[in-house]
Write a protein that binds this ligand. Sequence first.
Ligand SMILES: [Zn+2]
Length: 319
Amino acid sequence: MFEGLPVRGMLVRLTDAWQDILHRREQAGGYPAAVKELLGEMTAAATLMQANIQFDGALILQIMGDGPVKLAVAEVQSDLSLRATATVAGEVAQGAPLSHMVNVNNDGCCAITLDPRNRQPGHQPYQGVVPLFGDRREKLEKLSDIIEHYMLQSEQLDTKLVLAANDKVAAGLLIQRLPLQGEGNLAGSGVVRRDEDQIGQNEDYNRIAILAASLKREELLELDADTILRRLFWEEDVRRFDPQLGDEGPRFACTCSRDRVSNMLRSLGKEEIESILAEQGQVEVGCEFCGAKYPFDPVDAAQVFLQPATQPPPSSGMH
Ligand SMILES: [Zn+2]
């Protein structure tokens, strides 16, 4: 928080949680380096957004791609437990730019979904979607640009993001101009605020955003929070809040369960499941996020169609 200014900042540095996500993927072959970088940046960005709005439920950041990366998902719960996965079908070259992975024909998009914790069946979660291009249809090559664009378009919020990820660390810095009144619609109020005259006009925000943008990728990956804040904002009056660590901080946790898989099988329909059983003897569903396997033999599968649904079916992540 910048004392006396309508500007808020937040820094995240994921180490164990991020390595846990990568580790779980290793037995399935792991991710190409460029995908790791994208997914790590998404995970850091989703964590920052969730910590920023403190939404009571899941914040899900997704990129639906039209290149070799079909889908990338980072999901962060209100307690900052998180998970992430990407579906890669095809070659991703070393150092491939974002557009080569997810926006070959400029048809990729980025969605942010807020799924309330106790959502009633039939209620749709709030979702905002933006394309992966800028105002002149130019392909955006940085995830930070895409999310800044989203924040401006959907939330009317000036936002500066610096993101970086490698094998060990996924990190991000978020600077945002605080809305003058009410809440952004990302906070679930459904009300679109109109203080657009302020956008890009606040000198304090602009100065701090420029300082933030001078942070280099390597610095973000390698330096601790104290050093980064001191270097960037030594002339600003920064009020720091205690970092959230351990059980209160970001950590890997998967929300998959046998119940959810049962619901998913139910939604596929009895016929579909019976044909898989006839072919393979059992149905096995793997969770793409954590690698858990849920086998259903014919007896289990029959059970699935005897009980009524207990939860809304999961929206994504299972196959
Ligand atoms: Zn799982």
